[in-house]
Write a protein that binds this ligand. Structure first.
Ligand SMILES: [Ca+2]
Length: 518
């Protein structure tokens, strides 16, 4: 598939170490990381084979159109320079060092880890292209192998096609293949026009080498961008390595410098010819803004993690007081009240039966990050799981007697809060604070926590009341850990820090200092 004259893009020595520069410990860990990745690929490949076998067993393989795209953009570089046993940690900007990662060596790839390999592997697996997933401007971030099978129609078995296509071309291709017209109106709502171009013409062997019918395509992700037009691509220089997700880019992405590649001669974006063809680059640059405007790409925004956690409209948004009674499990994170970067107070009114009770009162997250307020062996516990790296635990010394009790966990956050993000400043988030556990108004445990989860809870877990779904936040109980007492009422009060005018002035000054330093 790769043309003989394609050039291998160089290893980014300024960003990534080479194998010989690694320590023995790093080599040991990295080999484990990539073994697990290889096992995952073998597994995915095997399962795709089963799907295709099933179609064949039904006798329908000959007249079924199968489009197989291997991957999710380029290989992912979201695992940090040294990998991570817990991707929830890395997306929060928390990077366990090699020694801590090696503690997970034996269980790497099992349900006890949420692992990701080191960036250097990612780069290696994206060769001969440069860069990785998240980078819209370079093919290491976007280009994927695609295989199509439809024996009844495609007679050129094993043929290779090189026409430029984009993932948005899949739907128009299926529509053409099936002879179905895209609906103009659905449920009374006029539909937007289909933006891709069918590549069904390439199914025919006589069209193997005709020019692509998809002439122009913009690419954009978190400010990084490119424009393809008839064999040329203008790509912005990469301004933020994608593994620095929590890092801010202060430069306006509209001013990112461009590189220019002639893809008819340069398959891998190896030779930047911007200096040689300034008029061509100008033409493409202009075209980018036309396309970006047409497809609602503007304004360009280079923030990454902060944009990811920007609150969306939901039931909990803007509220600071909540109350519930009884068991309610399965509220997705997007609709759950967020206690991150804030002071908060959980108060549970419970009725303990004769013989005692145990179980979950309220929890969000699980093994890889989260909190739980529960009763274990009769005693109240509040547990904060900082990315499976550290668990801070408040526990009452005595088992609760039967009858009605008020259990309370009060946390005072010590930081400026998420408001600093508006100034491209992370200083307000992930700070520590002091938690106090109370039973019937009386303090039973007090403890200060050094840091908290700054940006995002474990995204594939829920907010649960009265039981726990998914994984547990600690290993001292097992899900669902249904509360065996009666939960009469649970209230949550959140006190989100607000910036004072003096805080805002300081943050503005810090931004100005950063700009001056650049
Ligand atoms: Ca859970």
């Amino acid at each position: 598939m790769i043309p003989q004259d394609a050039k291998l893009t160089p290893w980014p020595k300024d960003l990534l170490k080479e194998w010989d520069q690694l320590t023995a410990e790093e080599k040991k860990l990295f080999i484990r990381q990539v073994d697990v990745f290889a096992a995952y690929w073998a597994y995915a490949d095997h399962e795709i084979g089963r799907v295709i076998q099933q179609v064949e067993d039904m006798g329908k393989l000959d007249n079924t159109l199968i489009i197989y795209i291997a991957g999710d953009n380029g290989n992912s570089a979201e695992g940090t320079l040294v990998g991570t046993p817990n991707e929830v940690a890395s997306l929060n900007g928390v990077y366990p060092p090699i020694a801590d990662q090696l503690k997970f060596y034996a269980v790497w790839g099992s349900e006890l880890t949420y692992p990701h390999m080191a960036v250097a592997w990612t780069w290696a697996f994206d060769t001969p292209f440069s860069w990785t997933k998240q980078i819209a401007s370079h093919f290491g971030g976007v280009r994927q192998g695609m295989a199509i099978s439809w024996p009844k129609v495609i007679k050129d078995k094993g043929g290779i096609r090189n026409q430029f296509t984009h993932v948005i071309d899949i739907v128009p291709t299926i529509l053409e293949a099936t002879g179905i017209q895209a609906p103009k109106v659905v449920d009374g709502i006029p539909q937007k026009p289909i933006e891709g171009v069918s590549f069904m013409y390439t199914f025919d062997a006589k069209n193997a080498n005709v020019p692509s019918r998809h002439h122009t395509q913009y690419f954009e992700m978190m400010g990084d961008h490119a424009i393809y037009h008839d064999g040329w691509i203008a790509s912005t220089k990469v301004m933020r390595p994608p593994w620095e997700l929590a890092a801010a880019v202060s430069q306006d992405p509209a001013g990112f410098p461009y590189e220019l590649y002639d893809l008819t001669k340069d398959w891998t974006q190896y030779d930047n010819v911007a200096a040689k063809y300034p008029a061509k680059l100008k033409e493409l640059e202009k075209l980018f803004w036309v396309e970006a405007n047409k497809y609602q790409v503007l304004p360009l925004d280079s923030s990454a993690a902060t944009r990811l956690v920007q609150p969306r409209p939901n039931l909990a948004a803007g509220r600071t007081e909540f109350s519930w009674s009884g068991e309610i499990t399965g509220t997705p994170n997007g609709d759950a009240p967020s206690i991150l970067d804030s002071s908060f107070n959980f108060k549970a009114e419970v009725d303990i039966p004769q013989g005692g009770a145990e179980g979950m009162i309220v929890t969000q997250g699980g093994r890889f990050a989260g909190y739980g307020f529960y009763v274990l062996k009769g005693k109240p516990v509040f547990l904060y799981n900082f990315f499976d790296l550290q668990r801070v635990r408040w526990e009452g010394p005595d088992a609760l007697l039967s009858g009605k009790h008020t259990l309370e966990f009060d946390f005072k956050y010590d930081g400026l809060g998420a408001g600093t993000l508006a100034f491209n400043n992370m200083s307000g988030i992930g700070r520590g604070g002091t938690g106090v556990l109370k039973v019937d108004g009386k303090e039973v445990a007090r403890q200060t926590m050094e840091h908290t989860i700054p940006l995002i809870m474990q995204w594939d877990e829920n907010f649960d009341i009265g039981a726990d779904t998914g994984t547990p936040v600690a290993d001292d109980y097992q899900v669902p850990f249904r509360f065996t007492g009666k939960l009469d009422k649970l209230t949550l009060t959140i006190d989100r820090p607000k910036l004072t005018p003096a805080d805002i002035e300081k943050l503005k000054q810090a931004t100005r200092n950063n700009r001056a330093a650049e």
